[in-house]
Design a binder for this molecule. Sequence first.
Ligand code: ADP
Ligand code: ASP
Ligand code: MG
Length: 457
Amino acid sequence: MIVMKFGGSSVESAEALQRVAAIIASHNRRQPVVFVSAMGKTTNRLLEIASLAASGERSAALDKIAELRAFHFEHARLVCPDRELDALRTFLDDHFQELETLVKGLAAVGELTPRSTDAVSSFGERMSSYILALALRSAGLDAVHVDAREVMITDERHGEAAPLMGPTEERMREVVAPLVSEGAIPVMGGFIASTRKGVTSTLGRGGSDYSASLGAALLGAEEVQIWTDVDGVMTADPSIAPDAHRIRVMSFAEAAELAYFGARVLHPSTMAPAVDKDIPIRVLNSRRPEVEGTLIVAESLASGTVVKSIAYKEHITVVDIRSTRMLMAHGFLARIFEVFEKHATSVDMVTTSEVSVSLTVDRTDRLDAIVEELNAVAEVDRRNGRAIVCVVGEGIRKTPGVSAKIFSALGEIPVSMISLGASRLNVSFVVEENDLDETVRRLHATFFSEVDPQIFA
Ligand code: ADP
Ligand code: ASP
Ligand code: MG
């Protein structure tokens, strides 16, 4: 059995859906279980609709729902078997009816909670999974749509819920495994789930990758394939560094580090289930299925290669905290982190000096409240518009001089918060967002002007 996950751009149109059907057909002998993201930019659209409604723009929200309906119907009908057209119409009518009711409710109360946001954003995957199953049946495959909310069970932290392994494993075994044994192809939405009480939840943005690897681990699959819109994991985001190389093989640890520091191609939680059960992950391009992609395994090939890739995370805020009393006084750091914890804001990077602590956050919705509390014990400054840049590779551990090479490449670009991760797989630092593209390009030119053909393509 293998698990195949297709991202939003892989199913953005009827043509893309047909391409995906052909890819799945070519793997049919390996008993595929399929996870799929919302079509194209649907999740963004749904979130826009929710916030329009909650801010009182009811008719703008309803107009956007109509657009989304037209988009789904336009593409779905082209991949739908004739005998199922009526069922498709009913399915979409019911779903858009339910969405409209929800959104009217949001407009009436004028408030958006994480729970109602999950309810709205779940529609993308609920529809795309149904539609992909239609496309597979049109292609002659025995595909069965499964509502992932019946299978993926999470805690109640809406917006970024954590799967509950016991109940999810049980549902996988009861609902999904028998379909595979019968020779059918189960098709589920990634990202969406429900709580034990049956309330819709989601795993957080980009979470379909995590759904897929978790599904693979719980079903005992032999491989996870993440199909996306680039050739694999690349030496840098190809949208910034067009000459980026495909990485042929990398380790789970390297991929986890890259994902954590922003390389959007994999959700940061994707690697953990694969590590647990030692399941290889392949990252592949649904537009160029003939390309080998990237293989992620426990240990990458031994090689002289030091750096594997450069990741970045934009829209970061740096918070500088200076103690008004004695900084490193006993318990000071604990007190600072308590405040962030209390406001459910996670911190990515931390550097300290004798008189100050700097840390980075990417969510700023609670930052005013955080700063207000910290002001009781410290002076606090914040710097918006920053980016974290992270150079990743297992060779960094063993190779002196990597940092020197990084900082001489950066020249006059101002850098702060330099840190060598405890795993010693990465060197990361903060730059101004305006300098980000130039930073990535200079580093890419420094580390990847010549590459080992065994590791990179
Ligand atoms: P999907 O919808 O398939 O999940 P995403 O948009 O989430 O796709 O992730 C794919 C995108 O990740 C690529 O289009 C690319 O711009 C971006 N990306 C960032 N860093 C990297 C990297 N190191 N290698 C490949 N892609 C990257
Ligand atoms: N559709 C969701 C998102 O856009 C999940 C995913 O694509 O992985 O965040
Ligand atoms: Mg993604």
